[in-house]
Design a protein around this ligand. Structure first.
Ligand code: CP
Ligand code: NVA
Length: 308
């Protein structure tokens, strides 16, 4: 029976906190959990969840993953705990890490997540920040692996905002050697530091492409991926972003330009007929709900490695 290996780093704040081998190990473990080939009991370990932003998939998949590992979860609601009253992160982190064995945090500033990890004596997991969504990327590459059985020759085209989800796809894609193309309006290009880090990992510079032409970007692509145009916290920019992203919708026309075997991914929640049409979401090429399910298997694997 495959066993979880301890990870070199204590925290999972960024896709780059894992090595290539560790990503492959987590994906293999996740697949084993999914196919019920392994069963791990963590003996009542406790996961604390802090969500400063809304969540359906991340929250529930962490809760179910933890319960499948024989552990429990405490969902801290920032508005009813002292977090919402402004208790300093360094105090909250030191207290919670005396109660919990691991803490998953969804917040705005990535630096706040880093502050939690600095003061916590227990592993901290990034459940999404404005900069990265690394747990999402693990589930995404698990879904891609299930489809193509290998990452060799896979071309992943992300069409949308070059922010958190795109950043984690770029970084995890670099670790796995997957060709990643980002198609976005010029003013929504990914963070240059993320691009720089990815280019340092890629052995071949051509494997990461940023363009403002979605039609060009999908030629030869096996995976078309999108995310909301206005992320959480950007609600007041909705009008402007809807205008700026005009022409970046994944519709049947765009899907036709990709490879015949292309699949469609979306991290969800989706705004139909904005970033993706209803027809594409509901098409037989969509693996969107398999991808959502895989959040749970990937996080079960991640938790078992962080807590073993
Ligand atoms: N994809 C994702 O993180 O979904 P939630 O916002 O529902 O957690
Ligand atoms: N980019 C989106 C992802 C949601 C899972 C957001 O940050 O709201």
């Amino acid at each position: 029976m495959l066993k979880p290996n301890k990870l070199a780093k204590n925290n999972f704040l960024s896709s780059l906190d894992l090595s290539t081998d560790e990503v492959f190990h987590i994906l293999e473990l996740a697949s084993n959990f999914k196919n019920k080939k392994i069963n791990i009991d963590l003996n009542n370990k406790v996961l604390g969840l802090i969500f400063d932003k809304s969540s359906t998939r991340t929250r529930v998949s962490f809760q179910v993953a933890m319960s499948r590992l024989g552990g429990t979860t405490i969902d801290l609601n920032p508005t009813t705990s002292q977090i919402g009253r402004g208790e300093p992160i360094k105090d909250t982190a030191r207290v919670l890490s005396r109660y919990c064995d691991v803490i998953a945090i969804r917040t705005f500033e990535h630096s706040d997540l880093e502050e939690y990890s600095k003061w916590s004596t227990k592993p901290v997991i990034n459940a999404l920040t404005d900069l990265e969504h690394p747990c999402q990327a693990l589930a995404d590459f698990l879904t891609i692996h299930e489809e193509f059985l290998d990452f060799k020759d896979v071309v992943l085209t992300f069409i949308g905002d070059g922010n958190n989800v795109a950043h984690s796809l770029i970084l995890c894609g670099a670790l796995l050697g997957v060709e990643v193309r980002i198609a976005c309006p010029n003013s929504y290009r990914p963070n240059p530091l993320v691009i720089k880090k990815a280019r340092e990992i890629y052995k071949n510079d051509n494997l990461l492409k940023i363009t403002n032409d979605p039609y060009n970007a999908v030629k030869g692509a096996n995976v078309l991926y999108t995310d909301v145009w206005s992320s959480m916290g950007e609600e007041n920019q909705k009008k402007e972003k809807d205008r700026d992203f005009n022409g970046f919708t994944i519709d049947s026309d765009l899907v036709e330009k990709a490879e015949k075997d292309a699949i469609i991914l979306h991290c969800l929640p989706a705004y139909r007929n904005k970033e993706i049409t209803n027809a594409v979401m509901e098409s037989e090429k969509s693996r969107i709900f398999q991808q959502a399910e895989n959040r749970m298997h990937a996080q079960q694997a991640l938790l078992s490695c962080l807590l073993c």
